[in-house]
Design a protein around this ligand. Structure first.
Ligand code: DGL
Length: 272
């Protein structure tokens, strides 16, 4: 596989664009092929079998587009399906959970860490497992926040209703004396300022997207796949969704400040 081949990234929908933003910053020479399963989002309340079926379809699709490595830019898929995908596919692949857990373990000073994520990610217990494996003294307190995803997709970021819901989810969690909080879902970094306001400035918010992109770079290096040569012009990244190209382009524009995703640059591809 050539180092000039594109990298693949996928998510259950649009939230993985928070990971794409980091990839664009940390891997500026790489062309990205992104798949967002916008027709079937959310994955966060689905069974492992369903999530694995969808993830396999997307992996095969990205591989058919010639990608050299894949980042699973979705906490839910990373939490419940990554090990199966790694065993089944002969391509370098990483998820966002392990790097996120590592960043949280480094950030905490009192070994009390909060994790917020979808129900599937929380129920998998994977953040807890990685954190406690990194340091057995760490105590983990978790809270599923399913309403955050639709709020973000509606663009209700600076909104008093969103603040109320954040408090409803976080107030109990914060009573545990945590000093770090993992934003364990791709959408949550978009609520970062509001969550920080509710949690208070003494709590460190950990965004797995940053750490995962860094780790993805190491993975490419290790496999001799890092593209060292800058492309002569601007890189044309490719975006695929299973539905709603225009809505995706609008959402992407809110996230990416230095790159324009027009509705024309988004292709609809569904598996049904
Ligand atoms: N992308 C998912 C995650 O990071 C959130 C949306 C969903 O439930 O599918 O967990």
């Amino acid at each position: 596989m050539s180092s000039t081949a594109p990298i693949g990234a996928f998510d259950s929908g649009m939230g993985g664009m928070t990971v794409v933003k980091e990839l664009m910053q940390q891997l500026p020479n790489e062309q990205i092929i992104y798949y967002g399963d916008t027709a079937r989002v959310p994955y966060g309340d689905k069974s492992k079998e369903t999530i694995l079926t969808y993830a396999r379809q997307i992996m095969n699709f990205l591989i058919s587009r010639g990608v050299k490595a894949i980042i699973v830019a979705c906490n839910t898929v990373s939490a419940v399906a990554l090990e199966d995908l790694k065993n089944e596919f002969d391509i370098p692949v990483i998820g966002v959970v392990k790097p996120g857990a590592r960043a949280a373990a480094e950030a905490t000073r009192n070994n009390r860490i909060g994790v917020i994520a979808t129900r599937a990610t929380i129920n998998s217990g994977i953040y807890k497992e990685f954190l406690c494996r990194t340091n057995p003294d760490i105590e983990v307190f978790q809270q599923a926040c399913p309403l955050f995803v639709p709020l973000v997709e509606e663009g209700w970021i600076d909104d008093e209703i969103t603040d109320m819901i954040i408090h409803r989810y976080l107030d109990g969690l914060l009573k545990n004396g945590i000093d770090s909080l993992v934003l364990g879902c791709t959408h949550y970094p978009l609520l970062r300022d509001r969550i920080q306001k509710a949690a208070g400035n003494e709590i460190t918010l950990v965004n797995p997207a940053f750490e995962s992109s860094r780790e993805f770079k190491y993975l490419l290096e290790e496999n001799g796949l890092l593209n060292e040569n800058a492309a002569p012009g601007a890189i044309a990244h490719k975006f695929f969704v299973s539905d709603g190209a225009a809505r995706f382009a609008e959402f992407a524009a809110r996230i990416l400040q230095n790159y324009t995703v027009t509705p024309d640059s988004v292709t609809v591809h569904s598996f049904d």
